[in-house]
Design a protein around this ligand. Sequence first.
Ligand code: NOJ
Length: 573
Amino acid sequence: MAKKVLLCSIVIVLNFFSFSAAELGWWEDASLYQIYPRSFKDNDGDGVGDLKGITSKLDYLKDIGITAAWLSPIYKSPMSDFGYDISDFYDIDPLYGNLDDFDALIAKAKSIGLKIILDFVPNHSSDECIWFQKSVNRTEGYENFYVWADGRGEDPENPGKQLPPSNWTSDFGGTAWTWNDQRQQFFLHQFQPKQPDLNFRDENARATMLNVLKFWLDRGIDGFRIDAIPYFFETLNENGTYTDEPVSGETSDPNSNKYLKHLYTRDQPENVGLIAEWRQFVDNYTREHGGDERILFAEAYSPLEALDNYFGNETHPAAHFPFNFDLMYLNKDSNARDLEDKVNNWMDTIWKKHKSANWVIGNHDNPRIGDRIGKDNKDNINMVVLALPGSPVTYNGEEIGMDDVPDACSNDPCDFRDPERTPFQWDNTTSAGFSDSNKTWLPVAKDYKCNNVKIQQGQERSSLNIYKGMQKLKTTAAFKAFKEEGAWKYGALNDQVFQIIRNNTNEEYRILVNLGSDLETVGPLCNSIDTSLCFMEYKLVTKNSPHNIGDLANLTSIQLTPHEGIVLGRTTE
Ligand code: NOJ
């Protein structure tokens, strides 16, 4: 009860303040959208998405309120890790088109004011990359371009074979070292053996990566999502050896990436310096070429202290921000209090220090929202992510509530991430309008005839229209003022109902979602003595809501049906 009264008085106090939106960098509250190019839109009918396909759908992204689209890798690649294994960092894979198609994509994006971010994958290349071939051959300038090491002597169990330089395991499981017969040394791969790690202690490797950045910046992009930042450096002993990592105790499977405590292979201090070097490079690029700030977002599933470091410091800024993956750990049993805890994790630490927030709720490496958190809460989760201060990050398809396709399988063996990578559902024609071909690289979800963009555009309360409604709210002064003291507030009102308040002088919005499957009553959410601020209008409602847009809500007591999500709004003069 005490909590409710406190909340009520805070809201009233807020209404006497006057907020002005501080100068924001475009990326600070940008709506970011991840395109998985293989699965977004196929223009040439080969069953795999491509650049022309993406270009043809940029208007759609603009229409749903996206500020910047991030493209998973489109570079030349043998596709062993679907593009995260690059064989030519300066070219487009023929599956996706060519550089002219890329330039056309950028031109179209610029013409409609949409920003394009590319995936930058510096930690490793494909083993089919010319740099690796040169390094294998010890070609001058490339001798130490990758992380090479001698074995620890003959393996007593495998006579004639060398023991690897350390016990390190790769992120995908198994040893992180592979023997190369030609060079007679092991090379390190924090991911697949087909993805050898670059050695950023090598000057040529460092300089080459700056060239790569420049090449794509010159083609007009707005920044990069940097892949796998925790893995850039490994602790190297003075005598050139590597130390074994201790067992973590988390699993008994020695092949699992959880088997060891990654003291020497993750989040090493040198990583920050390297990103700061790239930051300086892109900042200089913006200064020299003008235009909006080119940005660096960074991918790290790391503890908060490490994420904090990846921002760099005032004199040496590093990433504009590392992605916040905390909400990805919500599951079907999570309730409003768990959600509050997760949001607090970021806001109480990173926000406090850096005044920066972002919310990733899906990507090509994790099950989709419906499968992870629950199908009934898809819209609620999207609403929360779009209502929290800062930048929401949407994985393509989450705006229409696409589900995992459990039997999707691209290879033998299947990639464990295939289910969340299936073709985008545009309409109810062949292959969901993704491709003219009815053979697509992964199967189209069976529900595509009733779940696609076209159908949802025509349904007032569809996931897509809720999503668009939230994006519209993000443009209001109340949402824009998010760096001002007291411009937002969030919290669990009970076990199941989560509330976010966005506020400025003349506007207040309350986003309430019921994550549970029971009817919930909350309130009073206003001062019950002075009731003048107790009435708000329903501005947005999810499909299961008994209310209509325009209905009046009395904050003295609000009922929410199972999984109902609502936005209430009030404007005062
Ligand atoms: C993170 C990417 O998101 C994932 O798809 C990839 O397999 C690894 N990095 C390795 O590049």
